[in-house]
Design a protein around this ligand. Structure first.
Ligand SMILES: NC(=O)c1ccc[n+]([C@@H]2O[C@H](COP(=O)([O-])OP(=O)(O)OC[C@H]3O[C@@H](n4cnc5c(N)ncnc54)[C@H](O)[C@@H]3O)[C@@H](O)[C@H]2O)c1
Length: 253
């Protein structure tokens, strides 16, 4: 364990899609601050890899291999983790399956799969978390800069992520009375395992040139923002979408 200050000691957070990318980095960061992590992913080997990394840094984690795109899958996963830890302080709706297609090529099966994990699972996650939380808590939905500004061939993805932002605000209204906060982050392009298939060096260079902070985002940038929204550092913040984008969303570079 590298951190000496452990402000999240005793807290329990469940993260969907934590077998790779932003979810895994968030698991590692939260664990370094003392939290117990529920590591979910669809693929068992991804879960095992993340658990090995967490344990190597001295973290405490429970693996829950499950498809969380269905209501039953999400609920059983969250319940299993909450039962094992005896509490649930937060949930990160992070898992995604993404394909970019031009309008003419959008296929029904692609839309269905993207909607199940990108949109419906966010509802099931918030529902399951609200059921499992016995006191105040925090839910972070991972949206995208694509929900605010679009790149080519992202009609389905941009629509889903804009929807996630709307659901975040609505859920914050519904759950505020119980002290459960609901926020989202909107990351800009962040190299991860999941985005490797779509990486384009020329487009990345163009993005960097347009970004005031002069680089792409990293999974650790996203992990820190999610951690802020989960922690008591953001106790009076709910219903917000935090752009974690190096300033690209607000610049005319
Ligand atoms: N990486 C980026 O550039 C970027 C930018 C903006 C937003 N985001 C969002 O951040 C989140 C994480 O992205 P990433 O790039 O780290 O993704 P990733 O593809 O690297 O990891 C996502 C993980 O989710 C898992 N998953 C997929 N379907 C699942 C299911 N049904 N049940 C459980 N797990 C499932 C995958 O196996 C994978 O390990 C996503 O919501 C994505 O839309 C990413």
């Amino acid at each position: 364990m590298t951190a000496t200050h452990r402000p999240l000691d005793g807290r329990a957070y469940f993260i969907t899609g934590a077998g790779h990318g932003i979810g895994r980095a968030t698991a590692l960061h939260l664990a370094s601050l003392g939290a117990t992590i529920g590591v979910n992913d669809l693929r068992e080997n991804f879960v095992e890899e993340s658990l090995a990394m967490l344990r190597e840094q001295g973290g405490t984690a429970i693996g829950v291999t499950r498809d969380v795109s269905t209501r039953d899958g999400m609920r059983s996963a969250v319940q299993e983790f909450a039962a094992a830890t005896g509490r649930l302080d937060g949930l990160v709706n992070n898992a995604a399956w993404v394909r970019y297609q031009g309008l003419a090529d959008i296929a029904p099966e692609t839309v269905t799969r993207m909607l199940h994990i990108g949109f419906e699972a966010v509802i099931w996650g918030m529902q399951a978390a609200a059921e499992a939380m016995t006191g105040p808590g925090s839910i972070v939905n991972v949206a995208s800069a694509a929900g605010l500004r679009s790149t080519p061939n992202s009609i389905v993805y941009s629509g889903i992520k804009a929807g996630v932002m709307g659901m975040t605000r609505a859920a914050a209204v519904d759950l505020g009375g119980r002290g459960i906060r609901v926020n989202a982050i909107a990351p800009s392009a962040t190299p991860t395992e999941g985005t490797m298939r779509n990486r384009d060096a020329a487009r990345d260079a163009h993005r960097v040139a347009q970004t005031p902070l002069g680089r792409l985002g990293t999974v650790d940038d996203m992990a820190r923002a999610i951690t802020f929204l989960l922690s008591d550092e953001s106790l009076y913040i709910t219903g917000q979408v935090l752009s974690v984008d190096g300033g690209i969303g607000t610049s005319f570079l």
